[in-house]
Design a protein around this ligand. Structure first.
Ligand code: FES
Length: 104
């Protein structure tokens, strides 16, 4: 599947992502700046915070309870479309997904 990350400076990075990989791992593999997986996807950091493009919000599902707590302490402003990217898993339904990387 393809994922596009929109950066705060207007650049876009599009990468091919294997199904089953989470979006933090995918961002690291595609050298997307400012998406960092300090905890390796264990829900105990927040720098993997991204904003899901409005068109993809429903498909990416609901924020989990622990994720909700971590988003409250994320550095960038929390918005309704905020997610921890390690909690979104690549799947064929998400082909074309667009994620917005918060301003560093
Ligand atoms: Fe730590 Fe996502 S990588 S919460």
């Amino acid at each position: 599947m393809k994922v596009t990350w929109r950066l705060a400076d207007g650049r876009e990075i599009t990468g091919e992502v294997a199904n089953g990989l989470n979006m933090m791992e995918a961002a690291v593999a595609n050298n997307v700046p400012h998406v960092i997986g300090e905890c390796g996807g264990n829900l105990s950091c927040a720098p993997c915070h991204v904003y899901v493009d409005e068109a993809w919000r429903e498909k990416t599902g609901e924020v989990g309870d622990f994720e909700d707590d971590m988003l409250d302490v994320a550095e960038a402003e929390r918005l309704p479309q905020s997610r921890l990217s390690c909690q979104i898993t690549a799947s064929p339904e998400l082909d074309g997904l667009v994620l917005i990387v918060p301003e560093p």
